[in-house]
Write a protein that binds this ligand. Sequence first.
Ligand code: HEM
Length: 188
Amino acid sequence: MIELLRHPRVLKKLQEEVRGITSQNDLLTSEDVSNLTYLKAAATESFRLHPPTPLLIPRESMDYCNIEGYDIPKGSRVFVNTYAIGRDPEVWDNPLEYRPERFVNNPFNYNSYTCEIVPFGGGRRICPGMQLSLLTMELALANLLWRFDWELPKGMKPEDVDMTEMPSLSLKRKAELELVAKPRQITS
Ligand code: HEM
């Protein structure tokens, strides 16, 4: 939500996609949102820049190995820095920019082994809640945009939003998230 409010162009485009759905229901269903490509792209772009578990869950190496000249002794505790991976300028063009268009004609496969971003880990121990989380997040976001118009509080400008993050096992914003929600009249 905060990246959308910081990027009114993206918010408008996403709102148009969501509100283009014809639904008779008060709330959108998972079927309603299943083909929203820009919504999926915006969610992926958020996971790239703000992975909820920035260092995943620590691993221990079972054997000695050498990765690109670095010796990793057997029994080493290994952290995978998905936060840094998602911001690597050798992989991402203009990495700090929030731009869902990166993933529009290039939907991201979280199960792939290419590991450009790994917010849910990878391999045999990949998060088993991944599909549930993606669906829940997309559904919640779509409904927030379907039912409400959103603004920053007290005349705040997008560039004034404090994006400081708190270092911990799970990534959190330092400042409370304050937004103004205005219910939207839905006429069907
Ligand atoms: C946005 C939401 C979530 C994120 C970002 C997330 C992320 C992760 C990550 C990074 C791992 C470690 C994977 C690895 O070591 O390679 C993990 C493991 C795990 N997650 Fe999630 N998770 C989320 C939601 C969920 C949900 C909703 C469930 C359950 C319904 C769940 C259940 C688990 C379990 C059981 C593991 C341990 C898997 C294992 O070690 O075999 N997660 N998750």
